[in-house]
Design a protein around this ligand. Structure first.
Ligand SMILES: [Zn+2]
Length: 57
């Protein structure tokens, strides 16, 4: 599972947690979010702009 961060506002989408506020269940891969997904916080950045966060194990 990975996390993806909005470069505009810092909102982070975690695949592990999903985003219940936006209706994405836990364990929803970022790749399965709709293509027109926009950042829920700033509504400026699209899915393709998000940056993957490499998690240390
Ligand atoms: Zn944002």
């Amino acid at each position: 599972m990975s996390s993806f961060r909005c470069p505009e506002c810092g909102y982070t989408y975690s695949e592990e947690l999903g985003d219940s506020r936006e209706g994405y269940a836990p364990a929803t891969p970022f790749a399965e979010l709709p293509d027109d997904f926009v950042c829920p916080d700033c509504s400026v950045r699209y899915k393709e702009d998000f940056e993957q966060i490499v998690e240390q194990t």
